[in-house]
Write a protein that binds this ligand. Structure first.
Ligand code: FES
Length: 115
């Protein structure tokens, strides 16, 4: 899959983290969520694929799943799998630390709504 890398911050301290270690960012006009779990950062779509709740208002459980605040569906931060079994899928995005800052890999904009 084609990915375009976007620099979105110089340092994680720039983000407005919730007390659940989640933060909202806007990158290339797209609203995304960032989770900090076990010293790693994970990117994902901010809207829940079930009924569009704000995933950044949820929390990350002990297994590394982001939990939706509305109906508590759970999604694996690493691959977006709906581990609570309702059959949805949360888009997730790779994050890389580079010498000049932090980057997130997004599909090209023309493909964003399909992937
Ligand atoms: S809106 Fe997220 S689980 Fe229903």
């Amino acid at each position: 899959m084609t990915v375009e890398w976007h620099k979105f911050m110089m340092h994680p301290n720039e983000l407005n983290w919730t007390d659940q270690h989640l933060a909202a960012v806007e990158v290339d006009g797209r609203k995304l969520g960032i989770a900090r779990w076990q010293d790693q950062l994970y990117g994902f779509q901010q809207k829940c694929p079930h009924a569009s709740a704000d995933m950044v208002s949820g929390y990350v459980d002990a297994m590394g799943n982001v939990v939706c605040p509305l109906h508590r569906y759970k999604f694996c931060l690493k691959n977006g799998r709906n581990v609570s079994g309702e059959g949805y899928y949360l888009r997730t995005y790779a994050i890389e630390e580079r010498e000049d800052g932090w980057y997130i890999g997004l599909p090209p904009k023309s493909m964003f709504k399909w992937i």
